[in-house]
Design a protein around this ligand. Structure first.
Ligand code: NAP
Ligand code: MG
Length: 482
């Protein structure tokens, strides 16, 4: 059994307390995939101090030189793509092809931000003084704390760390405990690229100690967090209280609208892919399916036909389409929402149970699940389940469909299937979501475009693409008089 260490000031080191915790395979709880350090505040403090020390020099070497190291990091990760993806599947359950796709996404993100090192960081603005030069430039924040969830254990740490590093910040990563081994492998690849000691630090441990410790730390200038709504709020409040900059990406309750003029086969495939891939554990997963009454029965029949064919099992096995929930806790949450759905009067039309047959009893498997007759006041229509559960809702007009789609506290992603241009335009205008998709599933995201939510889904900043510079730097307005 491998024990993974913290990376502090360029050295792989044990935590000060000398304690470790195991991370298990949700497809087989007997399989411990590796141990990680159970770190303390002392470890965190060392990492933050190392980052603080290293950051100034890192800032000074300039964007192109930083970009070169990010290019090498991309190559190092690409070389180990199968190994990293296999660990991801074993540690959090998504199927190997999905894990490999995510890891290659990580490689592409590193290459994107390597290129950012060469792009412009400011503008020249005409001054009213004809003898002066006025322009903007960008300064890094300093030390950035990165707190990440388990559902995209490669892509999310990378889409936060790559821009942070490219723009001259030093980083301390605190990964989700349930995917800390995968994160350690990512950090190993990055470390191979030759970042100066202290620029990139990695500290595992509990959210309440290391995550909260980062949020509270006076030397951490910026905190970028992705995770649940409850923890996010707490992290934001802690950072705000000490004047730190923060960025929060949180939950979703994403709808798909299927109009009466939709291509139904396309809509069915996208609903299944958007709602059930990764076992529904994407922040952008489709969970509410709002369907026009004229085509409701036909859509439902086509959907159920295909859902019945989904193969559930260990994501490392060929032919498996849906892996387990990422943990026993997550499985229990999903099962409790299914019970809630039934008791609130929704009709369970497919699935709803744990899967234990054919040797799956040691894992946290659940059937893909479909509810019919869901109304907007029900918990399964309002709260993020983070599991493979679709809630079907019938609607009588496009206006009503969009109203229903907006009738939640979240606003991350939304999609519509329609061939009618007026429907498309109303949806684009009226949908309260940061990602609005027409004839495409709710869960697709491109790394070169801004990503983030409205309403309770986000602290209203954006990640990825060109948008990342807004969080990871501060604008400096410069006025020079000769
Ligand atoms: P979580 O429980 O909120 O954990 C997220 C991270 O915060 C983990 O690293 C966790 O560490 C840490 N943490 C826990 N308690 C903390 C505290 N008191 N202070 C600081 N950090 C703390 O979320 P999750 O269950 O890992 O992830 C699922 C959630 O992420 C879902 O709600 C999903 O919608 C959301 N998500 C959002 C996006 C987006 O971009 N909008 C993307 C993906 C996922 P431990 O693991 O050690 O507890
Ligand atoms: Mg695990």
């Amino acid at each position: 059994m491998t024990t993974y260490k913290n990376l502090i000031n360029g050295e792989w080191v044990d935590g000060a307390a000398g304690e470790t915790t195991g991370s298990i395979n949700p497809a087989n709880a007997d399989d411990n995939v590796g141990n990680v350090q159970k770190s303390t505040k002392e470890d965190l403090d060392k990492a933050v101090q190392a980052a603080k020390q290293a950051q100034k020099e890192w800032q000074k070497i300039g964007g192109p030189a930083r970009g070169n190291i990010l290019h090498k990091a991309a190559d190092a990760l690409e070389k180990r793509v199968d190994e990293v993806a296999e660990m991801m599947t074993r540690e959090m359950g998504k199927t190997f092809p999905e894990a490999k796709g995510e890891t290659m996404r990580g490689v592409a993100i590193l290459r994107y931000y390597a290129g950012e090192g060469m792009r412009k960081v400011g503008d020249v603005i005409p001054s009213t003084d004809k003898d002066a030069l006025m322009f903007t430039t960008r300064a890094p924040l300093g030390v950035v704390g990165v707190i990440t969830p388990w559902n995209f254990p490669v892509a999310i740490p990378i889409w936060k760390m790559a821009p942070a590093l490219a723009y001259g910040n030093a980083v301390v990563l605190k990964p989700a405990s349930e995917a800390a081994v995968t994160a350690a492998k990512v950090v190993e690849c990055l470390e191979e690229a030759g970042f100066p000691a202290g620029v990139l630090n990695f500290v595992t441990g509990s959210g309440s100690v290391i995550g909260q410790g980062l949020a509270d730390h006076p030397d951490v200038a910026g905190i970028t967090f992705t995770g649940s709504d409850t923890v996010g709020k707490q992290v934001g409040q802690s950072a705000l209280a000490r004047g730190g900059k923060y960025q929060l990406e949180m939950g979703g309750k994403n709808p798909v609208i299927v109009a009466k003029d939709a291509d139904l086969d396309l809509a069915v495939d996208a609903t299944i892919s958007g709602g059930l891939k990764s076992t529904g554990q994407k922040c952008t997963a489709t969970s509410r399916v709002i369907v026009a009454e004229e085509i409701y029965d036909e859509f439902k029949e086509k959907l159920l036909d295909k859902v019945k064919d989904i193969s559930v099992g260990d994501g490392m096995k060929e032919g498996i389409w849906m892996g387990p929930c990422s943990s026993e806790g997550q499985l229990n949450t999903v099962l409790s929402y299914i019970e809630k759905g039934k008791s609130e009067g929704a009709e369970l039309v497919y699935g709803g149970s744990r899967v234990t047959e054919d040797g799956l009893d040691k894992g946290f498997f659940v059937q893909p699940t479909v509810f019919d007759g869901v109304t907007t006041d029900m918990a399964i229509a309002q709260e993020e389940i983070f599991g493979p559960v679709l809630a079907l809702m019938k609607t009588s007009s496009m206006e009503d469909a969009i109203k229903l789609a907006n009738d939640v506290e979240f606003g991350l992603s939304a999609s519509i299937f329609t061939t009618n241009i007026q429907n498309m335009l109303s949806f684009i205008d009226d949908m309260e979501a940061g990602l609005v998709r027409v004839n495409a599933e709710s869960a697709g995201v491109e790394l070169q475009a801004p990503f983030g939510g409205m309403k309770k889904s986000s602290s209203h900043s954006r990640e990825q693409g060109e948008a990342a510079i807004e969080f990871f730097t501060s604008i400096k307005t410069v006025f020079v008089k000769g």
